[in-house]
Design a protein. Structure first.
Length: 70
């Protein structure tokens, strides 16, 4: 017997490339494009006292660097 499930997202629209969505107080979801079949990577911006910690597991490509510099 095959069971199917549906993935339900809490947001109807993901952030635009280089844009953020507030996930919880102090946590933002940042989306960066990838030139592969998997076309994006999710990053997380964590407020850290007076600064921000970025959790980025993406690929260091020119298009990604350009978005970082904006």
């Amino acid at each position: 017997m095959v069971t199917t499930t549906t993935l339900t997202h809490p947001w109807t629209t993901p952030p635009v490339p280089g844009g953020t969505t507030l996930v919880a107080p102090g946590i933002k979801w940042l989306r960066m494009p990838l030139p592969f079949a998997l076309d994006h990577i999710n990053l997380w911006l964590l407020e850290d006292g007076a600064g921000v910690t970025v959790v980025d597991t993406g690929v260091g490509l020119p298009a990604t660097r350009d978005l970082w510099e904006r």
